[in-house]
Design a protein around this ligand. Structure first.
Ligand code: GDP
Ligand code: MG
Length: 209
């Protein structure tokens, strides 16, 4: 899943959200800089190389379908959490139900992550279609608050009109994935120290017996 191999670093990203919020538009915009308007609804796994700080990073991006049925959604989610190093959860600022779905997805991801015993999972919340502000039904504040309460990062973007904002989303996620790996390494380091200290103490105790 995760591979840190010399100068190379791979990351698996799952993009989730209800239908029609612009998941495919966001991914295609990030990968090609273009907005083509219609994308179909095919599930797709993209592989993309980016150079970050002089290192080649391979991003695998899964354009995932949305299931209305939450019980099968949680089963699917288990697979996705196992595969993923990070999530992009997308809603449309003109679609309240898509925003509610993001809250549910966060809960499912967090409980699956706890169940599987994973460390903190990097999640970015994205409010898309910012250009349609006249049809807005979800306030920026609501997105920001949700992100704050769930300890996620938040961006409002327009896949249609702003390439830079889309770039920020994926770069933000890559940063978070990198940070999470550093903290996992640190934790492993601390665990290692605790292990060797307890080995020393156990040895001393048995020596003195
Ligand atoms: P998905 O089902 O979540 O993958 O959504 P799509 O990427 O297929 O996009 C659904 C529809 O929303 C398409 O007609 C897109 O052209 C449109 N769309 C996507 N992003 C934006 C955006 O930022 N602004 C506007 N106005 N339309 C968008
Ligand atoms: Mg799509």
């Amino acid at each position: 899943m995760t591979r840190l191999n010399g100068q190379r670093m791979d990351a698996n990203v799952v993009v989730l959200g209800t239908d029609n919020v612009g998941k495919s538009a966001l991914i295609v915009r990030f990968l090609t800089r273009r907005f083509i308007g219609e994308y179909g609804d095919i599930e797709f796994l993209y592989t993309h190389n980016v150079v970050v700080d002089g290192r080649v990073q391979t991003l695998n991006i899964w354009d995932a379908p949305y299931s209305q049925d939450l019980s099968s959604e949680s089963l699917m989610c288990e697979k996705r959490v196992q595969w993923a190093d990070g999530f992009v959860l997308v809603y449309s600022i003109c679609d309240r139900s898509s925003f509610n779905a993001v809250s549910r997805l966060i809960q499912i991801i967090k409980s699956t992550k706890d169940f599987l015993g994973f460390e903190k999972m990097p999640i970015i919340i994205v409010g898309n279609k910012r250009d349609l502000h006249h049809r807005r039904t979800v306030l920026s504040e609501e997105g920001r608050l949700l992100a704050l309460s769930a300890d996620c990062q938040f961006y409002e973007v327009s896949a249609a009109e702003n390439y830079h904002s889309v770039l920020m989303v994926f770069h933000g996620l890559m940063d978070r994935i990198r940070e999470s790996r550093v903290s996992v390494k640190k934790l492993a380091g601390i665990k290692g120290i605790v292990k060797s200290m307890s080995a020393v103490f156990t040895r001393r105790r048995t020596d003195s017996l």
